[in-house]
Design a protein around this ligand. Structure first.
Ligand code: PLP
Length: 404
């Protein structure tokens, strides 16, 4: 049949959180106020100097194709920036510019994972890991998160339990979407030892490396002796509020970076030319815009944690990184008469909360397949797309409804 879709597409997942955006948009278009805590997008403007640089680059005629790996000046600026901020030596040849961070996931797996290879990845986690592993014929080996000392951290036992002789790849999202878990130096050292012992490729998915309110980020970038096996997903999306510009990079050993660049040639040819010039300004120009972004996010986090914690039956594990809160709402859920093991109930709870209060959030199942052992009910509040005063208003209504 000429109109048949290829069967491989049966294995391609998606971001089911877009269904939440659809629900919220439908609710808003029927005249209701929506408080958008479901968005991983940002309602903060890109700093002016970056916008001006893109404009200037366009007027200067930078509108044609670029080399598939990106313009040399941006590769250099990014290599310098990462070298300086992390105290390591990155060569521009180790940088392949991408239209956003997300493409790095599929391209990296295409480059290093054979069908049947096991891939350890965070679950809950960014849903594209699971989608790409399934699509490319890998074996999904999810590992989980636990609350320890009032904070989320990845569960070492679940990594050990998921691992087997097929495992070839380890995906780490040290500043973690959706839990806000924030790896410490010991976590990174433990994962690095595992990667070396088991001879694994590592994807260090680091979009939130600079979205941090206290202390220093630890990621697989810092791990010693992993330089020849680690690819970093870098993105301009969050630090510079550039989500819609689509600008990121893969950084790693030149052999695999050259393969990723070959995939660029086959896929998009190159990342938009003038946007790459804006990236140079982002990295080397005035940083006050990105500092302001972080301050805005910090103020939102402080307020939202305070308001959520004040709700009877809600507990929010602490986090100093990302712009996500993964709140334990089990008691509220129970009080409202829903059943834990029923996904329909979780979605009914989410939709009912939105319809009664306008507060829209994502639930656990939007971040990968729910695992059998999970007992608590968590929902994700993102504060990148909602102003503090609007959030305050929404959460006042949510408190009234959830405590009723
Ligand atoms: C964990 C994680 N990885 C990767 C990405 C991709 O970011 P980008 O917008 O640069 O494609 C995101 C975006 O939300 C993310 O949360």
């Amino acid at each position: 049949m000429g109109n048949r879709i290829a069967s491989r597409i049966d294995h391609l997942g998606t971001e089911t959180a877009f269904a939440v955006s659809g629900d919220a948009a439908a609710w808003a278009s029927s005249g209701h106020q929506v408080y958008p805590f479901h968005l991983g997008d940002m309602n903060i403007r890109t700093p002016e100097n970056i916008i001006e640089a893109a404009h200037r680059a366009m007027l200067d005629g930078n509108t044609g194709y670029t080399p598939a790996a990106g313009i040399p000046a941006l590769r250099e600026a990014l290599a310098d920036s990462v070298s300086q901020s992390r105290g390591i030596a990155v060569d521009p040849a180790q940088v392949s510019i991408q239209p956003g961070g997300k493409p790095v996931i599929g391209k990296f797996l295409t480059a290093v994972m054979e069908p049947g290879d096991g891939v350890l990845y965070p679950n809950p986690g960014y849903p594209i890991y699971e989608s790409q592993v399934d699509f490319l014929g890998g074996r999904a080996q999810p590992y989980s998160y636990v609350v320890e000392g009032g904070r989320f951290r990845f569960d070492r036992r679940s990594v050990e339990a998921a691992l087997d002789e097929t495992t070839r790849v380890l995906i780490v999202n040290a500043q973690h979407n959706p839990t806000g878990a924030d790896a410490d130096a010991a976590d990174i050292a433990w994962l690095a030892a595992l990667a070396r012992e088991r001879d694994l490729w590592v994807l260090s998915d680091d979009p939130y490396i600079d979205i941090r309110y206290a202390g220093r980020s630890h990621t697989m970038l810092d791990a010693e002796g992993l330089e020849d096996r680690t690819v970093v997903l870098y993105t301009f999306s969050k630090k510079y509020a550039m989500t819609g510009w689509r600008l990121g990079a893969a950084i790693g050993p030149q052999g695999v970076i050259d393969v990723i660049t070959k995939i660029n040639t086959n896929d998009e040819s190159c990342t938009s030319h003038f946007i790459q010039h804006a990236g140079i300004e982002a990295l080397t120009g005035d940083q006050s815009g990105s500092e302001q972004i972080l301050e805005t996010l910090r103020a939102r986090r402080d307020l939202i944690v305070d308001r959520l914690e004040s709700i009877d039956g809600v507990s929010v594990p602490a986090t100093d990184a990302t712009f996500y809160l993964f709140a334990d709402v089990t008691e509220v859920f129970d009080r409202m008469g829903y059943q834990h093991d029923r996904e329909e109930d979780v979605q009914a709870f989410r939709v009912k909360s939105m319809q009664e209060t306008g507060v829209s959030f994502c639930s656990r199942s939007h971040f990968g397949r729910v695992q059998p052992a999970e007992e608590r009910v968590y929902v994700r509040f993102a504060y990148s797309g909602i102003d503090a005063d609007v959030a305050d208003e929404g959460l006042t209504g949510l408190k009234a409804f959830w405590e009723r």
